[in-house]
Design a protein around this ligand. Sequence first.
Ligand code: ADP
Length: 655
Amino acid sequence: MKKKISILYIIFLISLIIFYNNQLINRVDANNKKESVNLLVINSYHQGHYWESFVIEGLEKKLKENSNFDVNIKIEYLDFRNRNDEAYQKSFKEMLENKYPKGSIDILCSVNDEAYNFIKDNTVEESSVFYNLPTIFCGVDKKSEAVEDEIHINLNDTYNLIQLILELIPKVENLNLIVEDSGYGSAVFEEVVKFINYYSNQNIDITYIKGDYIEEIISQLIGQNYIPNSVNIVAGEFQYKESGIFLKPEDTIKFIQEYNSSPIFSNDQTYLKAGIVGGCVDTGQEHGEQAADLIIKIINKEDILDTYANSNVITKSYIDYKGLYKYGIDPTRVDNDMIVFNKKIYEPMWSEGTKKVALSILAIILLSIFIMVKRVIKIKRKYSMEQQLQKRKEDRENLKSDFIVNLSHELRTPINIIVNTTKVIKIKLREDRVDKESIEEKLDIINNNSYRLLKISNNIIDITNSESGLFKLVEKNENIVSVVEEAFISSLEFSKLKNIEMIFDTSDEEIITGIDKIQMQRVMLNLLSNAIKYTNKGGSILVTVKELSDEVEIIVKDNGIGIPESKINEIFHRFYQVDYSINRVNEGSGIGLCIVKDIVEYHNGRIVVNSKVGKGSEFKIYLPIKILNIDIELNSDFSYDISTIARVEMSDVNK
Ligand code: ADP
């Protein structure tokens, strides 16, 4: 196979030796008036061989870019690894001469040593159809009398490869040279031997592992004793013995790795990124492009000596980042001009030790940041909690003072009424203007306002008891439907005052559950008194009772003024009233719903509210249905009947 930088120099020398003259036939296409030139490329290998394919790729690309003339590229494969004896070469020559009669080919090009030898041996006679044709040679590895090694040493990929290996692995003791059995293979071997001596004064053994078949290579690897500090160099392509199929480059590398654990390097582009640790590679494409440049110059009848002087294909070193760590190679030995692949942008070229130290430092920094962030969050949380508590405290204080203002107003109104009414009665008695009807009316006023005072004081007592945990339920199995209905009926006389339509609806006549009847009646009356209070004259209130699977649902729904969305969650708070203004329409202390919620929750139930301003409100109570085993005797200090409770709870409904 292939190349060597030196080949380009050979190309030119040979081109000059064989020379090109004015024999170029000017074929002009009748349509586009472009000159067309026929180029015959003879490839030493078969179609699909990697490096040679890269050469053709570069050649075609460069020639296509040149729009002044068309170059018809014809490729013939010598396929020397199949057969390469004299008889075969003779028949190959005959085939070419029959296929391409004199004058049909303008320029010859060979890729690799075997094709170079073929052209050199078969075109020198005048009788040859290819006699005197300008000829370009690519990828010739075998030394030629035309090559001055010393001149080209710095451009040589094998030299650079040895340099690379010794830079990365300075203690190397053995080189396994795994090469195909070809001119290319033996050229690499010769160069390795030469450059090892030239470059290093170390005692490095070279083991020559040669073969066309992978099986031959494996058997030589198996036969080898373990050698420490060994490096493998692979070059050329290998076949399976039985099928003759060529291995994919990755498969060749896998086989070698299976039988030898040393790092693999190569100067063969075929193996780049196929699993090797690194290599020095001059690409086939670049060789092809330089050959194309020469062809163009030949067609243009330019002096190619200048090109010869300037020609060089740059060898580049490639390193697999992951391979470095796999084989314990110190990444700091990698030079800046080496191309590192398989490396993420954030991955550093640090030694394993440095990496560990850096990772530990990074971990400590991250941990410190984490701890600091946690602390800051904790402090912030504490601060915001303190702020919240402070705000709550302030809100509570505000609510309390609002409550006191409101409460004194609440107390003052009935007290004033009682005092004034009493005065009126007294005056009437003194003046002997006693009229039974008016006295009764005045006494009713005093009575009602006394109930208002009683409601306020009851609420204050209940809320204080509830806060200090003294509030106790006296539960009994009751028909909740009739409890709700009784409260509903006793509210009717108050709803009439505002001409409000009252509807009671139930799915069941009887739902028995353990409740504190008096407290539940207070709950109902409280909700009903609110509904009446906050529903305009002529409105309507609907009360429903319904048995659900394991609970009872009680709804008090009105079409009154409604509650703003932002206030809905507040109305159950102690002392809270949506409207604190002095001119507010309804009386009330803002404690009722707080007690309602407490009582419902003491029954293990819950209360939900839906409301829309201007549309009305809906209070839903859910109580678990539970049957008590022992009926507890009613043991209440106050033995009100429902109408008394109603009078108390409804005492603040205005006419
Ligand atoms: P109050 O004694 O002031 O009525 P509550 O605790 O019973 O106190 O109610 C708290 C506040 O909730 C009331 O001031 C009122 O603004 C609002 N509210 C309660 N029920 C209704 C309702 N059915 N419609 C509109 N607003 C209501």
